[in-house]
Design a protein around this ligand. Sequence first.
Ligand code: IFM
Length: 487
Amino acid sequence: MTLRFPEHGSPEDRSATFRFPEGFLWGAATSAYQIEGSLETDGRGVSVWDTFAAREGAIEGGGDARIACDSYARWREDLDIVEHLGLNAYRFSVAWSRVVPEGRGRVEPRGLDHYERQIDEMLARGIAPVVTLNHWDMPEALMSDGGWMGRSSVDAFVEYAVAVADRLGDRVPWWITQNEPWIIQLLGYQLGLHAPGIRDLRGSLAAGHHVLLAHGAAYDAMRPLTSGRIGAGLNLLPCVPASDDPADLAAAHGSDGYVNRWFLDPLLGEGYPDDMRAHWDRAIGGGIDDIVRAGDEEAIGGRSDFLGVNFYTHRVMAAAEPGPGRPFPWKVVGTAGEVPRTDEGTEIVPGAFTDLLRRLHREYPGTPLLITENGAIYGDSPTHDGEVHDVRRIQYLRAHIEAMGTAMQEGADVAGYLHWSLLDNFEWALGYRPRFGLVYVDFRTGERIPKDSARHYAEIVRAGRVVGREGTAPDAGTLVDSLGAFG
Ligand code: IFM
């Protein structure tokens, strides 16, 4: 079955032949807590996710990340897959609590040794390391000061960033300081659905602000230690009105302020947007200036060598009265009627990806973009032949690469595309049910089985453009044979 994606008509035709430039980064992404396991190895300290996952009912299915994909032990096998797919970049994260186990002070050399080995091996294989510093696993010890709610988190993060850059700064070409500040703020501190499981609206605002401040401070501290490019990764969600009603238009604009502009504007030197500052001040009962202090915006802006873009879907918005559980006058309503969705119900809108990249190019000119995440949950598992025929992921992948190509043809400066994720992994509070991987992981044995989508992606990467047919594994000949070794 071929799915038709809305908002993806004529641009698709133009980009189908788009050839991505030489040197374009083609890769896949993971994060430490989601794949590593070995939580007590090499002096690793406790992270907020260890504590949170141990809470009754916090993780769907009662799982935890003690083993996950066992990648702390099997990292070479993971790199073998990256190499065999022909990818020239791999995004992974350093686990903060492996480097500064108590959050401040003592640096654990064994943690740094591990990542140094991994990075050296990647460089030897021609794979560019894209290194995330905070993919949500703050050391638990920092909770004594409120975690990200406390301003001291900024100094703690700088200590950690300096320790990593001091050791690895000479060989990492791409750094991502913070992954998805809005998700940390929203799920970690506003709704309590992620670690550290706090529900405090004012605290969530402070947490998000300190995450951005920490980006700026880490940029300054790392700059002398690395010639690599330093940026943050934002999950950006185009917000569209549910109708032409002016109230819905305002809701979409407000939601855009909450999710996108609140992070884009300060990072890219424009300071926090006034409309959203007013919304926040009202929602927390005043006193925003105690959190966002004089000079803070100057310390965040102008410190992004590139912008990391995580794109999954859009938000369809309608006006709504604020009330309990709804601090702002809008709500997500979703698209009325049929729309392609992932197995988790997420709307699939590649056209919105093109629009987003166009917008970033137009409204924040001069900042190169790196697609740091894009992917989908599909539950496909091995069939009778032992292979995973994830046709829908192939369609998703092709549609989004084409969508990106369309924006690039129109001038968007995109340096690379990192698919989320290399491996099926620990999807936070949702546990192991959602599968995002190009590679299937049998969580009982750790066996990795590249899915059809991995082979299809490899073909696109090899050609430098979208080739092959939707819904089929490409004729990859030797590539398929060599990948057979993993499955
Ligand atoms: O798995 C996450 C990742 O850690 C951050 N961005 C979104 C992904 C899918 O939910």
